[in-house]
Design a protein around this ligand. Structure first.
Ligand code: SF4
Ligand code: SF4
Length: 114
C-alpha cells in the first residue's frame, strides 16, 4: 500500500489529480492518502516527481518501531516482573497471530483468486 514521505512531498498536487478514486488530498501543503478509498493502482507512485510516494515494504522499520513503542507504553501498566513477562508473552502471541493472518491471506489469494 502506498504512503507519502512528507519530507519529500513538495505539495505539487500531481498525485491528487492522477488518483482515479480521489483518495489523495492535501493537508497543510502535503499529500495524504485515504487508505479506505485507495484501490492500490500504483498511479501516484509512478507519477510523483519527488519519489515521495513510497512502497509499503519501506515502512517495515517504522511500523516495527511503532509496535515497540506501543508495547513499552502498555508495559507501564504492569508493576511486577512476573506481570510484565506475562504481558510480553501476550504481545508475542498477538504478533504471531498477525503473521498467521497474513500467511493464510496470501495462501488464500494464491489458491482462490489467481
Ligand atoms: S506528486 Fe509527490 S510531491 Fe507532488 S503532492 Fe503528490 S506526493 Fe507530493
Ligand atoms: S495507489 Fe492509486 S488509488 Fe491509491 S492513492 Fe495512489 S493513485 Fe490513488
Amino acid at each position: 500500500m502506498p504512503w507519502i514521505d512528507k519530507n519529500r512531498c513538495t505539495g505539487c498536487g500531481i498525485c491528487v489529480n492522477i488518483c482515479p478514486v480521489k483518495a489523495i488530498s492535501m493537508k497543510e501543503g502535503k499529500a495524504e492518502i485515504d487508505m479506505d478509498k485507495c484501490i492500490r493502482c500504483g498511479k501516484c507512485h509512478d507519477a510523483c516527481p519527488q519519489e515521495a510516494v513510497r512502497h509499503d515494504s519501506e515502512k517495515i522499520p517504522i511500523e516495527v518501531e511503532e509496535n515497540i513503542e506501543k508495547t513499552k507504553k502498555l508495559m507501564e501498566n504492569f508493576n511486577t516482573e512476573e506481570e510484565e513477562k506475562a504481558f510480553l508473552e501476550r504481545m508475542i502471541k498477538h504478533f504471531n497471530k498477525e503473521i498467521k493472518v497474513a500467511e493464510k491471506s496470501i495462501e488464500n489469494i494464491r489458491a482462490k483468486l489467481m
